[in-house]
Design a protein around this ligand. Sequence first.
Ligand SMILES: N[C@@H](CCC(=O)N[C@@H](CS)C(=O)NCC(=O)O)C(=O)O
Length: 308
Amino acid sequence: MAELILHHYPESPFSEKVRAIFGAKGLAWRSLQVPMVMPRPATIALTGGYRRIPVLQVGADVYCDTALIAEYLDDKGTGPTLYTAGQVLAAQTLARWVDTELFWAAVTLRFLPENMGSFFTDPGAAQAFAEDRANFAAGAQVRRPPVDEAQARYARFLAEMEAQLSDGRPYLFGADPSIADFAVYHMLWFIHAGGGMADWLAARHHAAGWMERMRAFAQHSGAPISPDEALSVAREAEPLAIEQLSDIPDLPPGTEVNVAPVDYGVMPSHGTLLRCDTHTIVIRRDHALTGAVNVHFPRHGFGVTRGD
Ligand SMILES: N[C@@H](CCC(=O)N[C@@H](CS)C(=O)NCC(=O)O)C(=O)O
């Protein structure tokens, strides 16, 4: 397997999910640190437009969205599967709820003045962030809840989590961490990164102990790699051979398409459709900076349309 290159930035909660999975699986990785705001020319050349973070690059294959990245990593490295048979439906459904509904409550809570911590080093950074995220929000179909709703949503979730862990199980569904543990972990990591809500967790001993177990996974950093180096890794690699098929009659393999998230950060990636089934969408792109690359998306949460 080619090296695992994570395009990420330290403050990104979804990146923290992947960093923790790397640790749980004992995987070495390379760290391509992108700025918290655009532009990110090397990453965008690789994805073809998709701008959410993180992105995992493996040679000339690029994996978008942590739901797919986690599945890709599951059989790499060591450690138990994150998708134990018999738990998959519950674990995946919880992970999806956390990554969407709890995420928007978390955004409200994280940006409360008393919970901002040291998020911005200077007022110029705050201004640049606000402008960048206004562009990012264009076309979004999400509702960020007001403070009272966000607090109630999180309080209810924490109470249920505390109850679930109160029989002494180390992880949400038993002896080993599942994809749901990693989704919940990165969301709590984000909410509590500012330090202003420490008492919420301190009052819940089982959840607090679980949080420390999960945090321990994310302690291994990746060896730095520059954007230019990552581009040359892509140019020198061959994209994986993909069995071509499409479950959309109007969009057979070979069609020029746009693929975009359906909820927010809806900037599309453009390429030639290789595969579209109930699990993934894969497009092929060819760009002077990257050579031929495959860009992989989960089907869930993404839309594919004809586009030149
Ligand atoms: N469902 C996506 C969500 C990714 C996401 O929302 N990432 C945030 C950062 S944690 C983002 O891209 N924010 C805008 C940006 O960084 O440009 C995933 O699981 O990867």
